[in-house]
Design a protein. Structure first.
Length: 134
């Protein structure tokens, strides 16, 4: 047995899908349309490592609109335009939450001041805003 006959092959751990640019697709489609003799198209596909289904899909995309069909497209859901009213509502909700927290802190401080006043024997009005309104 000859051990030199066995060669090492490098195999990637995970196969990755090939991605073709719009320009490459256009170029291959132009070359495929230029093929007139028998066997030229098959030679082109072998040389480029493509399948006939690639050409079929790319032709469909081109017929749907060359720029939109062959241009690179972003995956995932479409980004939604932000409505100005939604932005205003969100800002107002943040402001309400901030002011509510501030009010709760002020009420705690007022309660502490009342208790300290009672301990020291200082009379405090029941409604602290009553003196401000007069």
């Amino acid at each position: 047995m000859n051990m030199l006959a066995a060669t090492e092959t490098e195999v990637s751990s995970k196969a990755q899908r090939r991605r073709f640019s719009a320009e490459y697709k256009r170029k291959v489609l132009q070359e495929a349309e230029a093929c007139t003799k028998q066997g030229e198209l098959a030679a082109l596909l072998r040389r480029e490592g493509l399948y006939s289904s690639h050409l079929t899909a790319w032709r469909r995309l081109r017929e749907a609109g060359e720029l939109s069909g062959l241009a690179a497209r972003k995956r995932g859901p479409k980004a939604r335009a932000v409505d100005e009213r939604d932005r205003t509502i969100a800002e107002q909700q943040r402001q309400i939450a901030r002011l509510t927290a501030k009010l709760e802190k002020a009420e705690i401080i007022i309660d502490v001041q009342k208790k300290v006043g009672r301990l020291l024997g200082i009379e405090m009005p029941e409604d602290p805003l009553a003196t401000v309104k007069k």
